[in-house]
Design a protein around this ligand. Structure first.
Ligand SMILES: [Zn+2]
Length: 278
C-alpha cells in the first residue's frame, strides 16, 4: 500500500505523486493530500496548510523549477494556505475558482481564474477542470486525461464523508448534483483530498449518494413524530459520534433541512429553531 506518512512522497502512477501534509485529525484523516502531476512540468494540486516542512517536501519532490502551476480544489484552511510559500519558492502560477468565500483564509490572488471546461496542459499531461460546488461554493475537481483519474478534493473522500456546512457556503442540493455528475464519468481511480486512492470510483460515489438519501429519510421520519431542533435530531442520529464531530453533524443535518425546505417539504429557520414538516 502506498505510504500515507506525512512528508514522504509516494508515486501513485507514472504521472502522479502524493505527499501527505502533517495535519492529521478527525476532519483531515491522515492529513491533506498534495498531488504532484507531471514530470518535466509539474502541477501541484492543493499545497495544504502553510507548513514549511510540507512545502519543502513538495519542492524537493518536484524540483523547484519544474513546478509551473498551483491548482486549488477549494480554499478551506487545510487545502490552500501553503500556496503563498510554494509560489515564493517556485514562481508557479496560481489557478483557482473566482468565488472565494469570505470566511476562508486569504490565499495569494489567483494568476488565472479557472472554471468548468478550463484546461491545464503540461508536457506530459492534460488536466480538465470540473466545477463541482456543494462542499464549498468554489470547489473544483481535476480530471487527468492520460490516466482517467479524478482529483476530487473534499467532494469524495476516503474513510469519511464530505462535510456540507451551510454556514460556510455548503449546499446539499448542489453537492448531490455534483456527485450525480461525477458518477457518470468513466474513471479508473479517484485521488481524494484526504485518505488513500479510491479504486472503485462508481461504487464509492453510489455509497455516498445512498448514505445521504438514508440520512434524509431518517430526518423526515423524526419530523413525522413532531417538530424538532437540529440538536435533538443530531442527538438521536449520531449516537456514537465523537464530541469534536458533533458540530459537523449539526451542519450536515442543517444542510439536509435546507435542501428539504427548498423543496417545500419542511419549515424551519436555523440551528436554534424547531423544524417541522411542511
Ligand atoms: Zn474542504
Amino acid at each position: 500500500m502506498p505510504d500515507l506518512t506525512p512528508g514522504v512522497p509516494s508515486a501513485l502512477s507514472p504521472l502522479v505523486r502524493r505527499i501527505v501534509a502533517s495535519n492529521p485529525g478527525p476532519m483531515t484523516g491522515p492529513g491533506t493530500n498534495t498531488y504532484l502531476v507531471g514530470i518535466d512540468e509539474v502541477a501541484v494540486i492543493d499545497p495544504g496548510p502553510d507548513d514549511v516542512k510540507h512545502i519543502d517536501a513538495i519542492v524537493g519532490g518536484a524540483m523547484r523549477e519544474r513546478v509551473r502551476w498551483v491548482l486549488l480544489t477549494h480554499t478551506h484552511p487545510d487545502h490552500s494556505p501553503g500556496t503563498e510559500r510554494l509560489v515564493k519558492a517556485t514562481g508557479a502560477e496560481v489557478l483557482a475558482h473566482a468565488k472565494v468565500p469570505k470566511k476562508d483564509q486569504p490565499v495569494v490572488t489567483p494568476d488565472r481564474l479557472i472554471d468548468e471546461g478550463s484546461v491545464v496542459e503540461g508536457t506530459e499531461f492534460r488536466l480538465e477542470v470540473l466545477y463541482t460546488p456543494g462542499h464549498a461554493p468554489n470547489h473544483l475537481c481535476f480530471y487527468l486525461d492520460e490516466e482517467r483519474v479524478l482529483f476530487t478534493g473534499d467532494t469524495v473522500l476516503d474513510g469519511t464523508t464530505s462535510v456540507i456546512s451551510p454556514s460556510r457556503g455548503g449546499d446539499m442540493v448542489k453537492y448531490l448534483a455534483s456527485l450525480e455528475r461525477l458518477r457518470k464519468l468513466r474513471l479508473s481511480k479517484i485521488l481524494p483530498g484526504h485518505g488513500d486512492v479510491i479504486e472503485d470510483p462508481r461504487s464509492r460515489i453510489d455509497e455516498y449518494l445512498a448514505h445521504r438519501a438514508e440520512r434524509e429519510t431518517q430526518i423526515i421520519a423524526m419530523l413525522e413524530e413532531g417538530p424538532a431542533k437540529i440538536s435533538g435530531i443530531v442527538g438521536r442520529l449520531y449516537v456514537d459520534t465523537d464530541d469534536v464531530l458533533l458540530e459537523q453533524a449539526a451542519s450536515m443535518v442543517q444542510a439536509h433541512l435546507v435542501k428539504l425546505r427548498s423543496e417545500g417539504r419542511v419549515n424551519g429557520r436555523d440551528q436554534k429553531s424547531a423544524w417541522k414538516l411542511a
